[in-house]
Design a binder for this molecule. Sequence first.
Ligand SMILES: Cc1cc2nc3c(=O)[nH]c(=O)nc-3n(C[C@H](O)[C@H](O)[C@H](O)COP(=O)(O)O)c2cc1C
Length: 174
Amino acid sequence: MSDILEVLKTRRSVRKYKKDMVPEELLDRILEAGLYAPTGMDCQKTILLKITDQETVRTLGLVNGRIMGREGMDAFYGAPVVISVLSKNTDPIAVYNGSAAIMNMLDEAASLGLGSCWIHRGKEQFETEEGREILRRAGIDPDAYTGIDNVIVGYADGELPKASPRKAGRIVEL
Ligand SMILES: Cc1cc2nc3c(=O)[nH]c(=O)nc-3n(C[C@H](O)[C@H](O)[C@H](O)COP(=O)(O)O)c2cc1C
């Protein structure tokens, strides 16, 4: 069994990926980790959209890059997989719930030796016509769900970056 604190301390955001696809059984574990994140009042309104079709991953990455103001940039850094987290519009604490799922998935990916990164602008990306079309293709009603953010996953191309030193004074005691 992995030491959880060790995984938390060694997980790093990866921004360069090999093209190799991640095996289904590893993706299943990452998704399961996302499903087991806590949700407020156990509402479980968060959903996880796994995208492995390369054309769709790249389209969404470009949409995301465009929202960032970087036309032509793949904001998913060439990762072969993106898991987009969305929530029902009826969830008033969707961002908290979605963030818990994202962290579980990033940490599970790290424990499996995979690279991953949290990618923002999930809300805006699914408000674009391209994003809404992707949701429709997945059978998700774009008017009933709001994007939260994304987890990209793949095999890191190169060494993992080093963690930045932790800033002092962030634990306060009374
Ligand atoms: C809310 C949130 C949004 C983030 N969005 C992005 C993003 O859009 N693109 C990106 O490359 N990294 C993104 N990151 C990753 C952070 O930049 C990264 O966690 C930070 O630099 C610390 O590095 P580490 O994850 O390796 O510890 C995001 C992280 C968080 C928590």
